[in-house]
Write a protein that binds this ligand. Structure first.
Ligand code: UD1
Ligand code: MG
Length: 510
């Protein structure tokens, strides 16, 4: 029985990417949900390689750290000096046990490569029992790339780098994509014979093809159907162009699965995001990381969701969310900010200018306006009045606020945690709630209002306000205030709280 092919994947990622002009190694630049390197690794993943080697050099520590996060099974191998792509592969193979099988080499900067394409390359290579197969593409502008030089019979003769090419070769528009499959044994032999006799004085992996061909070994070209997949990335202008191409590819795929994108040109969906049928994404929306959008949900316009789960039929409008959960049928925004562990249950509402962090908002509960909810648990069918603050931080530690079911809290409340408001309880507008409010009680915690009659006419005579007061027939006030509270008492005085409950529970907002 024939042995299944042992497969080794080698990703070349030691280069600096000088033209990126970045402290971040080129292969770590992000592109819609993965780094450039991450895209390449995920394109190679379905090959089911027995081992994956990533050649690291520039920014080796950063690249190693990234690998440990995204591809812990991959082995980083250090190429201390970048002496060429052939040298890089030689070093990579020195780090793995000698053996037969297929070696797949992929440049680390071709993020649009599809798994199907690299899979087809490897299958064609293995079925033909070729010594080496290169992925090629016909491109509109081959500038800077290696050219595929074919003989009179159309067979691959060699790959020539642009800087080493003559005028006829430069006119060739069929280019080397930097993605290859090799027979492991014959690759090792050929790598031992590479010279540095070229314009850059480097060991070129591409020279392996000429060497094998001269030795009478079968070498092959596999042509990519869509040259876009083979585009590399050398500077930030190219990176932006790749981002646009990948966006279009992702968006088209979602529309074909039954998601409506109202303005695909301004909709940016990471490759890691999932959307369910009949979700509608309005313009200028970014869906990033592990975000999941349920069936029939409405997202946008002007929304950024990062690692956020949105349930079916929920809506999120002009808002920013990170690490949040929005339950089925819940509504968010316009202008809401959901921070990590903000959890909205079914049909909950977080309205305008509301920030929520590390809090559960129960089913059907509403936080409609101008409020900060931090470290809180809010029960079901509760309404939080406008302009409230869950005061969670004492300067050293964070504390929780718990609000029960069917509670109605007044506008402009401070809940000074740790504190609890029971089921069915109310609180008065303007209250600073520092003590627990039992179930069903009205919590009132504010200064009693006093009116100093006639104050304006006496203290601000001649002003429009005083005249208006006088027109209102407030003559009695002008005399009544004589000998009353001093200015400072009037402005800053008595802060006693309302003793009873009558008339206190006004002006909650809904
Ligand atoms: C290479 C090919 C060229 C092909 C092009 C496709 C060679 C000699 N040329 O050219 O035919 O058309 O890719 O994009 O291979 N790297 C290392 N160590 C090194 C040198 C490079 O790891 O010593 C890595 C780089 O980080 C990069 C990849 O190999 O990911 C390709 O290197 P690069 O210098 O970009 O090669 P090109 O000149 O683009
Ligand atoms: Mg390159």
């Amino acid at each position: 029985m024939p042995q299944p092919h042992l497969r080794t994947v080698v990703v070349l990622a030691a280069g600096e990417g000088k033209r990126m002009k970045s402290t971040l190694p080129k292969v770590l630049h992000p592109l819609l949900g993965r780094t450039l390197l991450g895209h390449v690794l995920s394109a190679a993943a379905p090959l089911g390689a027995d081992r994956t080697v990533v050649v690291v050099g520039h920014g080796a520590d950063q690249v190693r750290k990234h690998l440990s996060e995204v591809a812990p099974d991959a082995t980083p191998v250090l190429q201390a000096e970048q002496l060429g792509t052939g040298h890089a592969v030689r070093i990579a193979l020195e780090a793995v046990p000698d053996g037969a099988g297929t070696v797949v080499v992929i440049n680390g900067d071709v993020p649009l490569l599809r798994p199907e394409t690299v899979g087809a390359l490897v299958t064609a290579h293995e079925e033909a029992a070729a010594a080496a197969t290169v992925l090629a593409a016909e491109v509109p502008d081959p500038t800077g790339l290696g050219r595929i030089v074919r003989d009179a019979d159309g067979r691959l003769e060699r790959i020539v780098e642009e800087r080493d090419a003559d005028a006829t070769q430069r006119a060739i528009r069929e280019i080397n994509a930097g993605i290859y499959a090799f027979d492991a044994v014959r690759l090792r032999e050929a790598l031992g014979k590479l010279s540095t006799d070229n314009d850059q004085g480097e060991e070129y992996l591409t020279d392996v093809f000429g060497l094998l061909r001269s030795a009478g070994e079968p070498v092959a070209v596999h042509v990519a159907q869509d040259h876009v997949e083979t585009l590399g990335c050398n500077d930030r202008v190219e990176l932006a162009a790749l981002r646009g191409l990948l966006r279009d590819r992702i968006n088209e795929a979602w529309m074909r699965t039954g998601v409506s994108l109202l303005d695909p040109a301004t909709t940016w969906i990471d490759v890691t995001v999932a959307l369910d049928r009949d979700a509608v994404v309005d313009q200028n929306t970014q869906l990033r990381g592990g975000t999941v959008v349920g069936a029939g949900a409405l997202i946008g316009p002007d929304v950024t969701l990062i690692d956020t789960i949105v349930g079916p039929a929920a809506s999120v409008i002009r808002s920013h969310a990170v690490g949040a959960e929005v339950g089925a049928g819940a509504t968010v925004g316009p202008y809401a900010y959901l921070r990590p562990a903000a959890q909205l249950a079914e049909k909950a509402k977080v309205g305008t200018f509301v920030e929520v962090k590390n809090s559960q908002i129960g089913a059907g509960s509403k936080v409609p306006h101008l409020t900060y909810v931090g470290d809180a648990t809010i029960g079901e069918q509760t309404n939080i009045g406008a302009a409230s603050v869950f005061v969670n931080y004492d300067g050293v530690n964070k504390h929780r606020t718990v609000i029960g079911n069917h509670a109605r809290t007044g506008a402009d409340n401070m809940f000074v945690a740790p504190v609890e408001v029971g089921d069915g309880a109310y609180t008065a507008a303007g209250s600073v709630i520092v003590d627990d409010v039992p179930a069903g009680a009205m919590g009132v915690a504010r200064a009693r209002q006093r009116n100093i009659e006639g104050w304006v006419v006496m203290r601000r005579p001649g002003t429009a306000a005083a005249e208006a007061a006088q027109r209102a027939g407030d003559a009695k006030g002008a005399s009544g205030v004589a000998g009353a509270a001093s200015d400072s008492e009037a402005m800053h005085g008595a802060a006693e709280t309302v003793g009873g409950t009558s008339g206190a529970g006004d002006t909650a907002t809904e």
